[in-house]
Design a protein. Structure first.
Ligand code: MG
Length: 247
């Protein structure tokens, strides 16, 4: 089943997606008639760094002995087809295509054998990163946390086996990342066990499982797509942010 949130007839709906139509409250729309939103509203987005060996190598880093965790703030969430804004503070913003887990219920201290019981389903995350600030700041909060730096979607696909999914990223139609979730250093059950030993996880929380090699820059006017066939395509455009004062 694919769960979606969308706007149709000027109203927000929660429903399901099949082929070229979406359904909510017994009503049906063509996909082309609606605007998809991020499929959940996470209270927290927990991400895992350095979880594919080839990406660790391209960054010149070392493989962690335990999962390396960081947060992205909920204010960074962006829906499918939304526009990623390149902040003026950074000269180098990069895409990171990732499989993401959506938590299905409140849980704590989940052993890996029980991880499946707390997973609602899977979605895609672009872990957008200001690479220059990541290196300069030491802490990753700012580099990973700008508004629009967490595109999520297009749906939450349930009933998937996440151990072996082909993950691709295309920038302006050109293939940039092409890997498989079987290449993760720490698999999804291991991540849920490790993360839930530290934090209570809540329904709708999102876990980004790390990116494979092939990350690269985002520039004004780009189109960036992350694709796992069993889930769908998360497509976003990119613009250089204009500073606007908002209170
Ligand atoms: Mg990442």
């Amino acid at each position: 089943m694919k769960y979606v949130r969308f706007v149709a007839d000027r109203t927000e709906h929660t429903g399901t997606w099949e082929d070229h139509h979406v359904t909510a409250s017994g009503k049906r729309w063509q996909l082309s008639e609606v605007r998809l939103l991020a499929p959940c509203s996470p209270g927290k987005i927990v991400c895992v760094g350095r979880n594919y060996a080839d990406h660790v190598a391209e960054m010149g880093s070392t493989l962690p002995k335990e999962p390396l965790l960081f947060f992205k703030p909920p204010s960074a969430v962006l829906g499918p087809e939304g526009t990623i804004e390149l902040p003026k503070q950074s000269a180098r913003v990069e895409f990171e295509g990732e499989l993401a887990v959506v938590v299905g219920r409140r849980c704590r201290n989940v052993p890996r054998e029980s991880a499946g019981e707390v997973i609602w389903g899977y979605t895609l995350l672009n872990d957008v990163t200001a690479r220059d600030l990541q290196r300069a700041d030491g802490q990753w909060a700012r580099a990973k946390g700008f508004d629009t730096f967490a595109p999520i979607g297009p749906c939450i696909a349930s009933g998937l086996d996440a151990a072996n999914l082909r993950l691709r990223t295309r920038r302006n139609g050109r293939l940039a990342q092409d890997s498989d979730t079987c290449n993760m250093v720490f698999d999804v059950p291991a991540l849920i066990e490790y993360i839930s030993a530290a934090f209570t996880l809540e329904e709708g929380d999102v876990i980004g499982t790390g990116t494979p090699s092939g990350v690269g820059p985002l520039e004004d006017g780009d189109s960036i797509e992350i694709d796992i066939e069993e889930i769908g395509v998360l497509r976003n455009s990119v613009v250089r942010a204009r500073s606007t004062h908002q209170i």
